[in-house]
Design a protein around this ligand. Structure first.
Ligand SMILES: [Zn+2]
Length: 328
């Protein structure tokens, strides 16, 4: 008998330990959790409402969304902390123990501890994507489109122990499905962004002629533009002479002023005009393309020089028509 009693006691201990690692948001349809928005940043508020919305769709319970300044000193078991504020109350999960930043922009960390959940973001929409992953991976929600989603209804919403870091592989994702404008959940769920939200001054694709207009420079400086068929071709479907150092300086000055006029934006597209095989074939440009074994060679060389000149900015370009072949 003694042996059996011991065995049962050990099993009970094991179960108790397992349960304490869980975090209860809703129990038997009753609210057991608060969603605390720890910053005044918009994505954190959006993330909070998204979580509240889907927990209600699952359980019927409406978790309160509470701003940080209404929480006071004391956190409770069940609290969900969204954003990187109030870090002294749990711990700053956006940094490693060595103080290294572990989350990239749009990245996030989900971490349970002390009966609470922290959803930290690496900037921009990180905390929102943290909520999406929580709903998808841990609460069984799939979202396909407006009013098209699946979930299992339950009176209990309980999370297991979680420690998950996710950083995006791509800096920016876009689809041409603009129906998402009618369905903000779809856009957030699929982690899509739109050019106007990302690119400085909306400089997105085919930007050559916007950056250095042929109407302004073409007459006086035809040598800034593509050479082919025996002459220079300033024009909106033509391209730049990418090996010309004056072109590089003019473009740098222009980009600098665009970034200054658009504080908070760090990305710009420097990309060919919409014309095929209108690339410069002057000796210097041709030499780069031949060395790289592709007509994209001179474009990528130019972009790399820009990236060196503006080390804290991000540049995008096109692989399009004659530049679809990457350099060697
Ligand atoms: Zn050239």
């Amino acid at each position: 008998m003694k042996k059996i009693t011991l065995f049962i006691a050990a099993a009970a201990l094991f179960i108790a330990a397992d349960v304490s690692a869980q975090m209860t948001m809703v129990r038997d349809g009753k609210v057991k959790s608060r969603i605390i928005v720890t910053t005044d940043q918009k994505p954190d508020s959006v993330a909070a409402v998204l979580l509240q919305d889907f927990v209600q769709r699952i359980s019927g319970a409406v978790l309160p969304v509470v701003p940080a300044d209404e929480v006071g000193k004391f956190l409770r078991k069940g609290d969900v902390l969204i954003g990187n504020g109030m870090t002294d109350t749990l711990y700053d999960v956006s940094e490693s123990q060595e103080g290294e930043k572990v989350l990239k922009e749009d990245g996030f960390r989900l971490l349970t501890g002390d009966g609470r959940l922290r959803i930290a973001g690496g900037g921009d929409k990180g905390s929102i994507y943290g909520v999406v992953t929580l709903l998808e991976k841990y609460l069984g929600v799939s979202y396909w489109g407006e009013n098209e989603y699946s979930l299992t209804k339950s009176k209990d919403v309980v999370l297991p122990e979680i420690d998950e870091i996710d950083n995006p592989a791509f800096r920016y994702r876009q689809s041409q499905f603009y129906g998402m404008r009618n369905d903000p959940v779809y856009k957030l769920w699929m982690r899509l962004e739109e050019p106007a939200e990302m690119f400085a001054g909306s400089y997105w694709v085919h930007t050559f002629d916007k950056l250095m207009p042929s109407s302004r420079y073409g007459v006086e400086h035809p040598e800034y533009y593509s050479y082919f068929g025996g002459k220079r071709h300033p024009g909106k479907a033509s391209q730049w002479c990418l090996s010309n150092p004056e072109v590089f300086e003019i473009v740098c000055e222009r980009i600098d002023s665009i970034f200054k006029a658009n504080p908070g934006r760090n990305m710009i597209s420097v990309s060919q005009n919409d014309g095929n095989y209108t690339n410069c074939q002057c000796d210097a440009c041709k030499a780069i393309d031949e060395y790289e074994g592709a007509l994209s060679g001179s474009v990528i060389h130019f972009l790399n020089k820009l990236a060196a000149r503006f080390p804290d900015k991000e540049f995008s370009t096109l692989a399009y028509l004659y530049t679809m072949q990457p350099p060697k």
